[in-house]
Design a protein around this ligand. Structure first.
Ligand code: 5AD
Ligand code: SF4
Length: 475
């Protein structure tokens, strides 16, 4: 999946989220930690739901856990290192309490399979992203003294019928997975190996989940997929209808179905792919006010030769044409991106083209990474990881410096404007303030007045940093 959570490089892998669900009384306690992209956080909600049915209650207190599960990320090497360190800590706990079950889920489980059990003896249980329905059995197997593994990838598992347990109860914003897997084979990316083939989820179940979220007080959904533009239901990859008796749905149509749940429900989506993003998606964004004017469109590099080595399926010119179309069809749309620096064979001139593309596009926000070679990927098999570490570091700094300037300029342009903000809750820094996002996905902090979360408010922007807008209420 393209992109993850917060800012710059590996800081984004640092957001381990511990989750807890209130409610059902039970003697069995599950401690669940998630790493990596939004898809993993969303999957953890599916896992909590499957195990709740089996009598598990989630806990934030690791000391009372019967089962510890880590939902992991493999996208860069340091994401994996972090999880290994965490597993070593759990190993010490397990030595003290042999009954404790420690399991690993997600991309790292899929990538390393039995190795974590056999060679490193760090865990009791390994479950890949398509094996979560099997978790109750796997935990039972561990109880009978066996090591439990299920890393089978599926062609059709979408967990469509599972109502995810929302782990931030009383929340305003939720992720809804619309498709799983990826068929793109970008040469740097491990995701096609860890998450398997692309498959779309039945639109009826997606709309029902969004309606249910709205009824429970949620006011924002983010439709998630590794490449949302290739969402298709009842359509083959070539666009042929599979079952003539059933309607077909593409991504633009799905967005419309969700937008019609309520004008008070904001729709976001992630991630778009430049080679597949069509104008009908942009036109649908322009048509509905509640589809947020914000697109995350990972470029990865500004140079056509590098893009070719990355197997991205587009050129610099194609990408810039897509940007022009966004600006034309959805005026004022915010655009963010992912950039990898120091990919195999990247020359200084090629790096300069990434910087010049950034100047042309003026991204509102970017996630920026040093290339990290991943086992089994096309790049690992075909190319040398030959850009020295210090060169990668220096190029990354140049990219980050530029982006910080662009982010600040983008926020400064908003000073003096009035923005419609969805109130998310208290500001982290001040009890006298609330925070919420603009449609363009920028966080705004403003005085709390008598306002309540989950409602919309017009806020006048009076100041900013490169990350946050400061607003005042207008009467
Ligand atoms: N090295 C560095 N960054 C990577 N990404 C994916 N694979 C790698 C890798 N091997 C980045 C891409 C992608 C984002 C989720 O992570 O920019 O869009
Ligand atoms: Fe995203 Fe490409 Fe990886 Fe698919 S292969 S998840 S499109 S970076």
């Amino acid at each position: 999946m393209e992109s993850g959570n917060k800012v710059i490089d590996e800081a984004l892998q640092g957001t381990a989220l511990v989750i807890e669900q209130d409610g059902v009384q039970s003697s069995k306690k599950l401690y669940l930690e998630s790493y990596g992209c939004q898809m993993n956080f969303s999957d953890s909600e599916v896992v909590a739901s499957i195990l709740a049915q089996d009598g598990y209650q989630t806990t934030r207190n690791i000391e009372e856990a019967d089962v510890i599960l880590l939902n992991t990320c493999s996208i860069r090497d340091n994401a994996e290192q972090r999880v290994r360190n965490r597993l070593t800590e759990f190993k010490i706990k397990k030595d003290r309490n042999p009954e404790l079950v420690v399991g690993i889920l997600g991309c790292m489980a899929e990538r390393l399979k039995k190795n974590l059990l056999d060679e490193e003896k760090l865990v009791d249980l390994v479950a890949g992203p398509d094996a979560y329905r099997d978790l109750p059995n796997l935990i039972d197997e561990v109880g009978t003294g066996q090591k439990a593994v299920n890393v089978l990838l599926s062609r059709d598992e979408t967990y469509a019928d599972i109502a995810p347990v929302r782990l931030d109860q009383g929340g305003i914003s939720a992720f809804v997975t619309i498709m799983r897997g990826c068929d793109n084979m970008c040469s740097f990316c491990v995701v096609p190996f860890t998450r398997g083939r692309e498959r779309s989820r039945d639109p009826k179940t997606i709309v029902a989940e969004c309606q249910d979220l709205f009824d429970k007080g949620y006011r924002e959904v983010t439709l998630l997929g590794q490449n949302v533009d290739s969402y298709r239901w009842n359509l083959s990859a070539k666009g042929e209808v599979k079952n003539p008796a059933e309607p077909t749905t593409n991504f633009a149509q799905l967005m419309e179905m969700v937008a019609l749940v309520s004008p008070l429900l904001r729709i976001r989506f992630s991630t778009s792919h430049p080679k597949d993003m069509t104008n009908d998606v942009l036109e649908m964004m322009a048509k509905y006010e509640n589809i947020c004017p914000y697109i995350h469109l990972p470029v990865q590099s500004g140079n056509t030769d590098v893009l070719y080595r990355m197997n991205r399926g587009y050129s610099r010119e194609w990408y810039l044409e897509r940007i022009e179309s966004i600006r034309r069809i959805v005026p004022g749309c915010a655009i963010s991106t992912d950039i990898i620096t120091g990919f195999c064979g990247e020359t200084e001139e090629e790096h300069q083209e990434t910087l010049s593309l950034m100047d042309i596009v003026q991204y509102d926000f970017a996630y920026m990474f040093k290339y990290s070679e991943r086992p089994k990927t096309l790049a690992e098999r075909r190319f040398d990881d030959d850009v020295p570490e210090e060169v990668k570091g220096r190029r990354l700094n140049e990219i980050i410096d530029k982006q910080l300037k662009h982010s600040l300029a983008s926020n400064q342009r908003m000073i003096g404007t009035v923005q419609k903000v969805l109130i998310e809750g208290p500001s982290k820094r001040s009890e006298e303030h609330l925070c919420g996002r603009t449609g363009t996905n920028v966080m705004v902090v403003f005085p709390k007045g008598n306002l309540v979360k989950g409602t919309y408010i017009d806020v006048k922007i009076i100041d900013c940093t490169s990350a946050t807008l400061i607003g005042e209420l207008i009467s």
